[in-house]
Design a binder for this molecule. Structure first.
Ligand code: 9MR
Length: 380
């Protein structure tokens, strides 16, 4: 190829990338070498399809390079910890808004949306909510908590995980017919109604916010059935719920592709949107969202080339499923920024390595737009 021809090929590639960045038809999107740092960014590749997010308590404690990585690759951020009840509202009359305020401001300054996490949870919630209180007192505390937090960021936070992880783990054929709610302090204090109350209080505080129920392993087995029982009730009762968050803490060895595909359809059949809210696919380790699952004890073993390829394959197949349901899916958010900034550090679960470089999974996700392969990698 002579130099003139090379230059022409180069400009055709630039045109293709521009089309990709403007979010036009899949036919117009040509592979621009996503593995290279100069290739199309994941957020541009998926522009107009769904939002692409990362979790982190930005910007404090992040390096300039990491903040650039966020700006270049993501258009929505979930605060990983700073808006949870424990950190933000440690006692009845104490609020810690410094980090949440800084996050909301940084995101606004950088034209990045914010998804709030999480208003009601059994973990990271101080006991004062429940101490010496009858039902009325605890309900008032719940209302104050949600009203103050959602109200403060009204119009600045696009949606909230209102209730997080309310359904028990495991289950069987019997529990599958029920909501199988966790015996959390909220459940003990208020009974199953706490869920509807939380959604109503959030809706009152910001009628435009997109309100989500968020949980792990709800795509599969009895827990999925229980989630359908719960959500069907909420929808039937006119509770202001907008969507379901499938957390997406998976592992390359066991991604439940078919169940994920079916579950998204099930939730859509209730009139709900779906987001993948805490996506990470570990190279070693198990699936699930249970606390305490992640940190390495000793030295971190680096992933082999084969590990990285298997992970890329898993991410590619997952995004092919998400693309198939693009009309239902609002957002896909990774739980962390890089393998160094992950609750499952040591299991190499994310799309940037510990040095902030794109991993093969990154290219596979961009590539999924051109060559989706929704079939499962191996029989389950
Ligand atoms: O990633 C979060 C980690 O930094 C915290 O120590 C942990 C405990 O609060 O929570 C992690 O995030 C969880 C999320 O809020 C809800 N789903 C499961 C996530 C992983 O445990």
């Amino acid at each position: 190829m002579n130099n003139r021809l090379l230059a022409m090929v180069g400009s055709v590639m630039v045109v293709c990338l521009t089309v990709s960045a403007s979010g036009q038809t899949a036919e117009g999107k040509k592979d621009g070498g996503a593995a290279s740092p100069a290739g199309p960014s994941i957020k541009d590749a998926y522009k107009g399809i769904f939002l692409i997010g990362a979790a982190g308590d930005l910007p404090g404690g992040y390096s300039a390079e990491e903040l650039d990585l966020v700006r270049q690759n993501f258009n929505v951020v979930t605060p990983e910890n700073c808006m949870k009840p424990g950190p933000v509202h440690p006692s009845e009359n104490t609020w810690r808004f410094e980090r949440p305020d800084a996050l909301v401001k940084w995101c606004a300054d950088n034209q990045i949306a914010v998804h709030g996490h999480t208003l009601v949870w059994h973990a990271q919630t101080n006991n004062w909510f429940f101490r010496d209180g009858d039902k009325d007192v605890v309900t008032r505390r719940l209302k104050d908590h949600i009203g103050t937090l959602v109200g403060r960021y009204k119009g600045k936070i696009r949606g909230w995980d209102v209730v997080n992880e309310a359904i028990n783990d495991g289950g069987n054929a019997e529990t599958a017919k029920t909501e199988n709610l966790r015996k959390s302090p909220w459940m003990r204090a208020l009974g199953p109604e706490y869920i509807a109350l939380a959604f109503r209080f959030a809706h009152e505080a910001d009628p435009d916010a997109k309100l989500y129920y968020n949980d792990y392993n709800i795509e599969v087995g009895p827990k999925h059935e229980s989630s359908m029982v719960l959500l069907r009730r909420l929808v039937k009762d006119g509770v202001p719920i907008h969507g379901v968050g499938i957390q997406g803490h998976w592992s390359t060895a066991r991604v439940p592709y078919e169940a994920i595909d079916r579950a998204i359809g099930d939730y859509a059949s209730l009139g709900l949107k779906v987001s993948i809210t805490e996506l990470d696919v570990t190279i070693r380790g198990t699936s699930g969202g249970q606390l305490g699952g992640g940190r390495p004890r000793g030295e971190v073993t680096p992933p082999s080339e084969q590990d990285l390829k298997a992970q890329a394959d898993a991410y590619g197949r997952l995004f092919a499923i998400f693309l198939k349901h693009k009309d239902q899916i609002e957002r896909v958010t990774f739980w962390g920024l890089s393998d160094r900034r992950s609750w499952r550090r040591g299991q190499h679960p994310l799309i940037f390595d510990a040095s902030n470089h794109r991993k093969p999974a990154y290219a596979a996700i961009v590539e999924a737009i051109y060559h989706p392969k929704p079939e499962p990698a191996a029989p389950r």
